[in-house]
Design a protein around this ligand. Structure first.
Ligand code: ZN
Length: 148
């Protein structure tokens, strides 16, 4: 990755980490699930309003490191208006990018800013916490998700 691109990615992560989008409890949520990453202390609650298999609204709240907050913020932005199966598919690509060191998939678009996380294995759980919570919520799990 060239230096300019890396800096741009860094800026997006810092921006979303400090000023997360889609932040706050969602009224009328059909899905609500807590996620926890004990390794870093990241905690979030994910809210979704799903209608006919489409994610009409998605928000989160909680607290954690910049990577976990930025990842949740970017995830919510990316998933608004997507179907549940599209969301699962995107999670698979995202996971492949940060945890399996696979090449970035075009469908990831802005989520590619988190590709650098793969160089820091301890941060992979920060970056995937929101996604694991999403996946469990789609599966109908009601027990809080833990990355450990
Ligand atoms: Zn973290």
């Amino acid at each position: 990755m060239n230096e300019q691109l890396r800096e741009l990615y860094q800026e997006v992560i810092i921006d979303h980490g400090r000023n997360p989008r889609s932040f706050g409890e969602l009224c009328g949520a059909t899905h609500k699930l807590d996620g926890f990453n004990p390794l870093c202390g990241d905690k979030l609650t994910l809210f979704m309003k799903v209608n006919n298999g489409v994610i009409e609204a998605i928000q989160f709240n909680g607290s954690g490191c910049a990577i976990s907050v930025a990842s949740a913020s970017l995830m919510c932005e990316a998933l608004k208006g997507k179907t549940l199966s599209e969301a699962k598919n995107l999670f698979a690509h995202f996971h492949a990018m940060v945890a399996e060191d696979k090449a970035t998939n075009d469908s990831l678009q802005k989520l590619a800013v988190l590709a650098g996380v793969k160089e820091f294995p301890a941060r992979v759980k920060c970056a995937t916490l929101a996604w694991h919570t999403l996946s469990a919520s789609i599966d109908g799990q009601d027990e809080a998700v833990s990355t450990e």
